[in-house]
Ligand binder design. Sequence first.
Ligand SMILES: *[C@@H]1O[C@H](CO)[C@@H](O)[C@H](O)[C@H]1NC(C)=O
Length: 661
Amino acid sequence: MNKKYCIAIIVVIVVAAIIGTVLGILLTSPSADENEVAIRAFTINHETNTFEMDGKPFRYVAGSFHYFRALPQTWRQKLKTLKAGGLNAVDIYIQWSLHNPEDGVYHWDGIANIQQFVEIAEEEGLYVILRPGPYICAEIDNGGLPYWLARKYPGIKVRTKDENYLFEVGKWYSMLMPIFEKHLYGNGGNIIMVQIENEYGAFGACDEVYKEFLRDETFRYTNDKAILFTTDRPIGDELKCGQVDDVFVTTDFGLSNFTEVQSHFRKLRDIQPTGPLVNTEFYTGWLTHWQEPNARRGAADLAKTLDYMLLLGANVDFYMYFGGTNFGFWAGANDWGIGRYMADITSYDYDAPMDEAGNPTAKYRTFREIIQKYIKVSDESDIPEKQKTMSLRALTLEPINSILSSEGRSTLGSRQTKSSTLLTFEQMRQFSGFILYETELPKFTRDPSNLVITDLRDRALIYVDGEFVGAMSRENYISTLPISANFGSRLSILVENQGRINFQIADDYKGIRDRVRVQSFHNSQQSYTTLTDWIITGYPFDNYADLEALLKSSKEDYRIDASGNALDGPIVFYTEFNIDEDEEIADTYWDTTDWDKGFIFVNGFNLGRYWSVGPQITMYIPKDILKYGKNEIYVVELQKAPLNFKMNFLNGPIFINDEAV
Ligand SMILES: *[C@@H]1O[C@H](CO)[C@@H](O)[C@H](O)[C@H]1NC(C)=O
């Protein structure tokens, strides 16, 4: 350094010191350390290719944890476990449909108390990576978008510049984003990053107007107090398609060898030559659908990928670190093409480092070993012990009634709607559950004839004169059913919504979208009669009091055959049992073996769907919904119950057909 520069710098320092002192005297506040406040910022250094926190290099190792998949009473314990795994940040999606389930209705309490979640994370010493979507995929119904958008604006083009969509997103952000304002890093909080859209490149629309709208709409609330970013897969042009001007780009990928890790990050470098490397979704396992093997991903190979990324200086966010449960009817579905609609299972265990109950697994310890080579991790003694479990004594349930009986209809069903055409769930203003479509069959000229449902969403149980005659399924590509003339004339079709598509979403209206016909052959010609004059009844199962009302009014108006088959409609089962003060309440798992398909409420809480086809065989029952004194269980079994009506409980989960993916 030459002398002239040296003097210039000294002059600058002296002047700065004088100004600083004067300002210090003018602005002295007894509580705040103004030097610290002045430099509080989370930024990007494009020379060192790192993040900087208050001017110092910073790297995050974060874990995804969806608050909507764990009971709020358990958030703190789970965040402590996540932190003890060596992580310094938690990544959260926001599920719009949870907070805004109907137009104009907002929830912010209990499991929807997102502000409390962020505050607990802060108290536990974790930074937050906020991913508000509004589309989040996440294997959640409709990718987190509220179902009512499609009702209010038929044909709406979500995730594009469709003006109705932009209007609703703007309105939603005006409700949501102010909650986070004081929690942004630059405002003194713990939120360091905020995502724009979610793997938008994979959607293929590359809509510049929408991307810029969402960036500006987000910036309105974040104001440079946190870093805005996008996440896209290092596949084809997706990174480019999802990129927005002035927004930091990150990528996502799972199990990879060193060559592949380098190649993925090179694709990121191609469109963003400097700045820190970030993998926002490092897949610790994978999602699972019903009717397929249970996805597993080995810890040892993943640990190598993790090591490579950290060695290259990258920031890593595990997806998922804790997966949790798709409670109620929130599980989504995927559609990989014709006949490949597949509903997601209720468990979102994901083979993540923390299991469905939130306990550390072997994978957790393997990852922690790698992480501690690179960043300071908390003491090993901070790792919580595995929580206790119990196998609750076996319970015998009592069949209460069929949901299609007159009591079932009056307590669980909506008011009947008459319509010449079939109305969808959306038109019936019903998020999920079931819709019953009923009409008269024409007089058959050929026996049997085929009943044909066009565009069934998603599964139908079919009854003629109240008797079960068969099922149809979108998943299994079954849309016809032979019906004999002597079966009767009254046709009842009970359609189950198995979850809206969460990836590549488009118009997944539920119910029967097209029509129902009777098909027969005359002189080698097919002839069709389209059925009309429908009577439509909704069964949303979104009000626990309805089940209690059924229990009260029940006249045992149901039939079960010698094999346990429900003959005239799904049957509601009930039991109550006591837990004494001297017993210990712990997590337990209902072993659904011998039950068939349905869902379960425990003490008023819908724990989600079960299905004998697997691979998920047990239903996780968190200890926090059990209580001392009287507990109540309702099971709605759609098809077939065990003959002794017994529920057995286990100490741990069962998944069948594990498959390495
Ligand atoms: C990395 O994986 C790719 C794709 O499976 C494979 O072609 C390549 O040979 C592997 N490279 C090394 C160094 O193992």
